[in-house]
Structure formats: structure tokens, C-alpha cells
Design a protein. Sequence first.
Length: 271
Amino acid sequence: MTSSTPAIALSIAGSEATGGAGAQADLKTFEELGTFGIIALTCIVSFDPKNNWGHRFVPVAPQVIADQLEATQTAYAGSLDTVKLGMMGTPDTIATVAAALSNQEWKNVVLDPVLICKGQEPGAALDTDQALQAQLLPKATFVTPNHFEAEVLSGIEIKTVEDLKEAARIIHEKSGAAVLAKGGVRLEGPDAVDVFFDGETLEVLATPKVGEVAVSGAGCSLAAAVTAELAKGVAPLEAARNAKAFVTEAIKHRVGSAAPFDAVYQGGARA
Ligand code: PXL
């Protein structure tokens, strides 16, 4: 590899057709941050404008997911050591992805623990949550739960920054991973507060809220930005700080549409 060869960043994630979240957000973020982005698709989500913009969810067949990962892992054997895990959607997908991850060593496995998608049956979602916690959480080196996911993974209610710190500690204990627990707009106060904890360093990352409404793709882009930074060799805490600054600009430059939520613009930092 020459010094001008970009670091490779793989995302295993779902497509979200309006381009705000999911694989599209990951790929745009990877490229903005100077890495060579690759996607293996797990599912296709199409919002339904006739049904309150609910999620229509179609999983990719497990064999097709395995095929994509075989192609990628074989093509970049020796230079691919960083992966982001986004929306999985089904227990079968999780088992397939876990098996493919086991085929090689990884430096960085960033898990964005996307727990429920509105289009899924609650029963299926519970199975998916359990499979994710049993099969993917132990492989993670860095986890990025949002407020809801941090409550589920830690088992505690999160109302304050102190609660968020406690949740980050519990999730670190469970996973061994560095944790970036996101308060976002869910915690009261003028700042969007996230908590980083890696077992040694606990740091509160706070930036003034850009608004009080969540913007589509912020979570995906944050985890993708962490992934890109780690792929380039940046240390975890610095990766978290850089990712937050990147997403803050992406939220400031968000794109409106006929959908009831704006989408982040990953080119914001350049705009
Ligand atoms: O933001 C979570 C998310 C991740 N991945 C896909 C999605 C969504 C939310 O809509 O559709 C594919």
C-alpha cells in the first residue's frame, strides 16, 4: 500500500432509499472523511408516504449477504481491518454476518446497535435484539447506542447525563468495547450531550443543540464517521470527537423534503 492509498472502510448495513440514513449515509461519510468506502447490503427500507412514512422492510437473502462479504473480504484480504455494522433486521442476517466476521481478524468493529425498525413485527424485533446482543455485541470494539438503545442495552432509565454515564459504564462492562452513548435531543438542556467511555477514560462530549428535532441519518453518520477515523488510525476518543464535529456540521446543513424529517448532509463540513 502506498501512502496515497486510502484506508478501507466496510459497512454492513441496510439501504434507506431517501438517502438520509443507512448504507447511503455510511458511504457518503466514508468518502467525505477520505476513506475508500464499501457496502454489503443487509436489507432495503423504503418509507411509505401513503402510510405515515412507515418503514417497508425487505431483507436481503442470507446467501446473498454471505456472497457480498465473501467478495469483499477476498478482494481486500490483508488491507480490510475496519467494519461498521448498521441495521441487520433479522436473526438470520445477524447469524450470517457474525459467521463472516469470524473468517478474519479485525482491528475495529464499530456496532451501531440499530434495535428496532418501525416496519418490523414486535416479536421479530425482540428476536433480532437478542441475536444482536448475543452474536454481534461481543465482537464489537466500539458501540454507538442512541438514547433508546442505551436504555435497552444497559437496562437502566436515562434521564440525565449522570444516567447516560452509568449506561455507558454498564454497556462497556457487557461488551468490553469503547462506548459512545448518545443523548442527542432526548436529554433536556441546551447541549447535545454524548458520553464516551472505554474502561479508563470517561468524557462528556457536548455541543450546542442545532434544534430540538432529531434529523434522519445523524446516528448512522456518527458511527460511520467514527469508523472512518478509526480506519485511518485515529485513536477511539479522538475519533469520537471528530465524528461529533462532523455530524454537527451535517445537521446544520440538513436537507428538507416532503418526508416529515430532514436528512443530514455529509458535505456540511465542506459547505
Ligand atoms: O437510522 C437507523 C436506520 C438504519 N438503517 C436503515 C434505516 C434506518 C432508519 O430508517 O432505514 C436502513
